[in-house]
Write a protein that binds this ligand. Structure first.
Ligand SMILES: [Zn+2]
Length: 193
């Protein structure tokens, strides 16, 4: 693909222009200045290096999460940091490069709430246009006592009917817990119970 050539493209998702705070100014390869250029019709403008011509794509962030389950309850934590400070979410965080999603989910459960989990079947993959894509796992086994550790104000085990649907941190948190509730036959928003 040659930078600067505009190519027709079948219509797809509306492009979202990069916001200033997530837009690098200099080329990570050569240090040249980056500028936004329209390369393909229907796609967001891309960052192109004015010195070496390399195109830098702003990929979505991907996080891995796990919903610990024990004795018919799920473990949620209250976030200590923004975004979503003070609201409830399942343990999770960004996947490091070279790390597998299930490994990241297990690591985050240990770091944030001190639980040793055996990651189980996938609950689902969820995302919105603004937030990271989250890959959410169930658990096969949960060991240890939950405690508020990294970036966590508090922890609590919730019975299905106690899940604080109106106090969850993100739309993707709601979507993931609705996904789990559907799989388990629990009451949930939009459900018939
Ligand atoms: Zn460059």
């Amino acid at each position: 693909m040659s930078p600067g050539r505009v190519v027709d493209r079948p219509k797809g998702v509306p492009p979202r222009p990069p916001s200033p705070e997530e837009t690098p100014r200099f080329c990570p390869s050569c240090g040249g200045s980056l500028s936004l250029r329209n390369l393909k019709r229907g796609e967001p403008a891309r960052l192109v290096c004015q010195a070496c011509g390399r195109v830098h794509y702003l990929d979505p962030k991907v996080a891995a999460c796990v919903v610990p389950e024990r004795g018919g309850r799920v473990l949620l934590l209250r976030r200590a940091i923004n975004p979503g400070k003070g609201r409830w979410v399942m343990p999770g965080g960004f996947i490091d490069r070279g790390e597998l999603p299930a490994e990241a989910a297990r690591r985050e459960a240990a770091e944030e709430v001190g639980l040793d989990v055996e990651v189980g079947p996938l609950i689902g993959v969820f995302g919105t246009r603004k937030s990271p894509i989250i890959i959410v796992y169930s658990t096969l086994r949960v060991d240890g006592e939950a405690a508020p550790l990294d970036e966590t104000l508090g922890v609590r085990w919730f019975a299905p009917h106690e899940i604080p649907w109106d106090e969850l941190a993100f739309d993707s948190t709601v979507a993931a817990l609705v996904g789990l509730a559907r799989q388990r036959g629990w009451p949930h928003p939009g459900g018939d119970r």
